[in-house]
Design a protein around this ligand. Structure first.
Ligand SMILES: *Cc1c(COP(=O)(O)O)cnc(C)c1O
Length: 432
């Protein structure tokens, strides 16, 4: 598969270069040159396939020519070693639980897949230089990336997180791994961490010594595997005999864009709903046709606090930048924190299900759509386990939440982090 830059001013590349670079030299996002639909028999017989078989068939074309089938199968088996259940909570509404991975965040799959790809390249000497993955995190991404890359040959991971601004659980997930993972505790806020990472990428003194890459959803190896989720949900919900609607709690719009790639592969979907918090750039765009990024505002669904969603340009590309065509397949609705809390309470009271704030935003968007299209079967994605957002969940819902074993295990481990006060200290660390 060939990947090209959506800015159109950089050379085309193969998978390995797209993954190692993360972003094209012209700052554009990489995009597959062609997306070939799967045969209709694949969707007709999907119930008879295992998750691993589904994933293999779906992603094969994207790694073609670089990762041979047998190695791809091994990678997939390793990445997908947990469940992705659709849990029905109301008539015609199911939640696709994406939090059964090692860090209980849906980013586990993408992070693990990207890590295995880099590990594979390194083992094959396709890229001989060791790679350093730099990640700035406000909480959830860092843990999934750290865990996904743990002990991967040829890859070092450096995570920057703002001191005192991540939850106890999240901090433990970032700082207790050791080996090739280093946590830097930054005296500042998330924006300071992000600014340091961006500066490092442009710092020749550093980049001449270390090969740097990023592990957010602009990286195709983190973005594309997310299409598996939608196929797994389709497999489970197909027997309902209704058209499917997906509501995806969205921030950088990587997850929903991957869902739309699954649709492009031929998966029947009636409609997608991008459910967002008060960061309403996309709902405004669909209403007005004007894409206007804004500084992000803080909300209780903070993994979606994004004021300029990077993957939205990929969604537009999937529809050849045709707003009318896009609007037929995609709606987007925005909800306040108050509405989100009320939804969490409503879901718990009516169904006994405990949704995290991100899932609750997804539920609200799904309800709004289904109210006008009652014949469909709706699935909202639950992107994090409620225990990851315990302070809000405890405030809103009067229920005991038991701590899952994945979380319990890290809580007893000792934190190891290097305190960083400014860019110079960060740079000195990287040059050491
Ligand atoms: C990252 C994240 C999202 C948003 O996903 P995007 O692909 O950035 O739209 C939603 N919920 C949780 C819990 C997340 O960590």
């Amino acid at each position: 598969m060939i990947y090209y830059s959506l800015n159109g001013k950089a050379p085309n590349v193969g998978l390995e270069e797209a993954v190692v670079r993360g972003i094209a030299p012209d700052k554009g996002l990489y995009f597959p040159e062609e997306i070939k639909p799967l045969p209709s028999s694949f969707f007709e017989n999907i119930e008879s396939l295992s998750n691993n078989e589904i994933a293999f068939e779906a992603i094969k074309q994207f790694v073609e020519g670089v990762i041979p089938d047998e190695d791809l199968k091994d990678i997939i088996e390793d990445v997908l070693s947990f469940d992705f259940p659709v849990v029905e909570i109301e008539e015609n509404i199911g939640t696709l639980e994406l939090f059964h991975g090692p860090t209980m965040a849906f980013k586990d799959v993408g992070a693990r897949f990207m890590a295995r790809c880099l590990g594979y390249f390194s083992a094959q000497n396709i890229k001989q230089e060791p790679v350093t993955v730099l990640v700035a995190t406000s909480g959830d991404t860092g843990g999934a990336v750290a865990r996904g890359f743990l002990n991967v040959e040829g890859v070092d991971v450096v995570i920057l997180y703002p001191t005192g601004k991540v939850s106890d659980i999240q901090e433990k997930q970032l700082t207790t791994l050791g080996a090739n993972i280093t946590a830097l505790e930054v005296d500042g806020v998330f924006d300071d961490c992000q600014a340091m990472v961006k500066t490092a990428f442009l710092d020749d003194e550093i980049t001449s010594k270390r090969k740097l890459t990023s592990a957010n959803s602009i990286n195709i190896a983190r973005w594309i595997p997310q299409l598996f989720y939608f196929l797994f949900a389709y497999k489970q919900a197909k027997s309902k005999g209704k058209e499917l609607v997906f509501s995806v709690p969205s921030g950088n719009f990587g997850n929903i864009c991957a869902g739309m790639v699954a649709h492009k592969l031929g998966m029947p979907v009636k409609h997608f709903v991008a459910s967002v918090n008060s960061n309403d750039i996309v709902p405004e765009f669909l209403k007005t046709g004007v894409y206007k990024p804004k500084p992000s505002v803080a909300t209780i669904s903070n993994a979606m606090d994004v004021g300029d969603p990077s993957n939205f340009i990929r969604i537009q590309k999937l529809f050849n930048n045709d707003l009318e065509a896009l609007s037929k397949k995609l709606s987007s609705f925005s909800y306040t924190d108050q509405e989100t809390k009320e939804a969490m309470q409503h879901i718990y009271k009516e169904t006994g299900y405990i949704a995290d704030p991100h899932g609750a935003v997804g539920y609200l968007g799904l309800k709004d759509y289904l109210n006008r299209h009652p014949d469909a079967y709706g699935i909202f994605l639950e992107t994090a386990h409620p225990v990851k957002f315990l302070p809000v969940v405890n405030e809103v819902i009067d229920a005991e939440i038991s701590i899952p074993s994945q979380i319990e295990q890290v809580m007893h481990k000792e934190k190891q982090a290097i305190a960083i006060k400014n860019y110079d200290q960060f740079k000195a660390f990287l040059l050491k």
